[in-house]
Design a protein around this ligand. Structure first.
Ligand code: SF4
Length: 368
């Protein structure tokens, strides 16, 4: 998301942030990590309007981790009754006991050690019962103001609409990575806490599932789905079925040891430096595919070898790709390349550190 969009998002949030019992009046204030943890856990699968009263009653009875850690399950359940999903309450109690026990286990007095509070790293938080990547990110960014990303249903809906992502994070590992990439981009700022919370609020009150309020949205200027009049078509309602794709990837080496790379404009890895690739039938090994001539001049080829096939998944695509290793008789600066793509020649010795996607790296590993 560009800086202007983030600035508009912050101004919108400052003007529109709802008053909530777990949200201080000063939106820039550090939060109590315990309160963030409890409120975010209560909010999982439960409406804000319901959680309000529960949160207030809970904090009156269990104002901090140590008080909670001393409670028994029956009493904790009493304060949870009506929120459903009792495993959440059970995990909260387990985690409180673990955190309190560790806090008291060093032999230092509490005063020397500071107050008993939630851990400050994602690794430690995610190791606790009931704390997943979302809650850990919320605690780290809202309470400790760390540059940590969060991704919940609200943010998924917003990212899906902003960038017209027609897949869900649960579709595949690479699909999840694309969503987390956008979440990390938003969090890569000293104001990560505000960006994260503003997006949660926007998803809840503006970018609604059925009737998004696009006209009033601070992100409308950069929202692809809004521009195309397709906001409610995103995100897809269910997991997409996998699609098979067969193609060829070219490892083109110039006479002076450089490798041809393309930046965007292809089927996969848009906006990334990647090896040239294109859809092809399963007989790519028999001679130079016609599509390859969009990348290189056939009469500059010194040799061409088929170097096997690899499998790879990107979003919903199950890819099978033949690798063609092509050596040119010309140096990189003399080699003819097509005009359709943004080409770049990179040093062969630096190829493995230059490509940042496993699609290209898998192909290179079969050649070098
Ligand atoms: S413009 Fe509409 S669809 Fe896009 S993020 Fe805003 S509310 Fe959501």
């Amino acid at each position: 998301m560009n800086p202007d969009s983030l600035k508009r998002l912050r101004s919108w949030f400052v003007k529109n942030a709802a008053e909530l019992p777990w949200r201080p009046a000063d939106l820039n204030a550090l939060r109590d990590p315990y309160a963030v943890w409890i409120s975010e856990t209560m909010l999982q699968q439960t409406q804000v309007s319901t959680v309000r009263e529960y949160f207030i009653r809970w904090m009156e009875r269990f104002p901090d981790i140590e008080t909670l850690a001393k409670a028994d399950e029956a009493e904790v359940f009493k304060y949870w009754q009506g929120l459903g999903y009792y495993s959440r309450a059970r995990n909260i109690l387990k985690t409180a006991k673990i955190v309190a026990l560790r806090h008291g286990s060093t032999g230092l007095t509490n005063q020397a050690q500071g107050p008993c509070t939630m851990p400050r790293t994602r690794k430690e938080l995610e190791a606790l019962p009931g704390i997943g990547s979302y809650t850990a990110g919320a605690i780290l960014s809202l309470a400790y103001h760390q540059r940590e990303a969060i991704l919940d249903g609200n943010l998924v809906r917003i990212f899906s609409r902003l960038y017209e992502l027609d897949f869900l994070p649960m579709d595949s590992r690479s699909a999840a990575e694309i969503y987390w990439g956008y979440a990390r981009e938003v969090a890569d700022s000293p104001k990560a806490y505000m960006h994260n919370e503003a997006l949660m609020e926007l998803g809840r009150t503006g970018c609604k599932i059925k009737a998004p309020l696009c006209e009033k949205c601070p992100l409308a200027k950069s929202c692809k789905a809004f521009a195309d009049g397709r906001a409610t078509e995103f995100p897809p309602t269910k997991k997409r079925t996998e699609k098979n794709w067969h193609g060829a990837v070219l490892v083109v080496e110039s006479a002076d040891d450089k490798i041809l790379a393309v930046n965007g404009g292809q089927k996969f890895l848009d906006g990334q430096l990647a090896l040239p690739h294109f859809e092809s039938a399963r007989n790519a090994t028999k001679g130079l595919p016609a599509k390859a001539e969009e990348y290189i001049n056939a009469d500059e080829i010194e040799s061409m070898e088929y170097r096997g096939t690899f499998r790879h998944n990107i979003t919903v695509h199950k890819i099978e790709c033949d690798i063609l290793y092509i050596k040119l008789r010309t140096n990189a600066n003399h080699a003819g390349t097509g005009e359709k793509f943004a080409f770049q020649w990179i040093e062969k010795a630096k190829a493995f550190e230059t490509f940042a996607n496993s699609f290209s790296l898998k192909a290179l590993k079969k050649v070098f």
